[in-house]
Design a protein around this ligand. Structure first.
Ligand code: FMN
Length: 223
């Protein structure tokens, strides 16, 4: 599959399995993960991450971090979630099937909290571009996975965004979760297993191209 074919065939695929009967981990995506991470690494970025995010083991200037759980880790997380009486939506059903979960954060440049009290993050151009770069890294992973026939899904993370779960996953509070990216076994490996594949809710809502693109010329005069 070439790059354009992969981009055009990418789609949200939520592989949902009965959380009481999680799939055995196959390890079948091990060979693809390095490529998927390389695709993330190939994303552009404009500004280096703020120095406060530098960690001896993770000192890259890229404004994203990827915290990766393998299949075993997904099943362990599923177990922990199920011991707690929490509303977790479809997350358990996907943790029961996933071979990898890439919890992808972006690294906000801190501002002066008194400038924007109660704000989630400092609303600067630099932070907007940090989010943009981290989003490009995620999209690259989705496309690489698609090119290799790996069903994938970009979730906001649901309960995993909450402080308790971020702590359990040892994700620094200074990082903001941008996506919990699920990678599922390739479809040919689960032809007879009971499951459902749910599409993205907004898939058919994108509208015609003419509703979001326009071709234009600049005005010579100041309007
Ligand atoms: C930033 C971001 C967060 C998303 N979070 C969720 C989510 O939490 N739950 C969900 O069902 N879909 C989520 N999606 C996936 C969208 O539902 C999906 O992209 C949309 O329905 C279009 O379908 P497609 O990906 O097949 O084109 C997210 C997508 C993006 C870009």
């Amino acid at each position: 599959m070439n790059a354009l074919e992969a981009i055009l065939s990418r789609r949200t695929s939520k592989v949902l399995v009965d959380p009481d009967k999680p799939w055995e981990v196959t390890g079948s995506l091990k060979e693809f993960l390095p490529e998927i991470l390389l695709a993330a690494e190939s994303a552009p970025f404009h500004y280096p991450a703020h120095r406060s995010h530098k960690h001896p083991d993770h000192d890259s200037p890229v404004p994203w971090r990827i915290h990766c759980l393998d299949g075993e880790g997904c099943r362990q997380l599923l177990k922990i979630i199920r011991t707690r009486d929490v509303a977790a939506g479809k997350i358990p059903a996907m943790l029961a099937a996933a071979e990898y979960l890439a919890l992808t954060t972006w690294l906000p440049t801190p501002g002066d909290p008194s400038d924007n009290p109660g704000q989630y993050f400092d609303p600067t151009l630099e932070n907007m571009e940090h989010i943009a770069a981290a989003s490009a890294a995620i999209q690259n992973m989705l496309i690489a996975a698609t090119a290799r026939g790996v069903p994938n899904y970009w979730s906001s993370g649901g309960l995993l965004r909450e402080e308790e779960w971020m702590k359990r996953l040892d994700i620094p509070a200074s990082q903001i979760l941008l996506g919990a990216i699920f990678f599922f076994p390739r479809e040919e490996t689960f032809p007879h297993r009971p499951m459902e594949i749910a599409p993205g809710k907004m898939r058919s809502q994108k509208g015609k191209q003419s509703s979001w693109v326009r071709f234009m010329r600049p005005m010579a005069e100041n309007p």
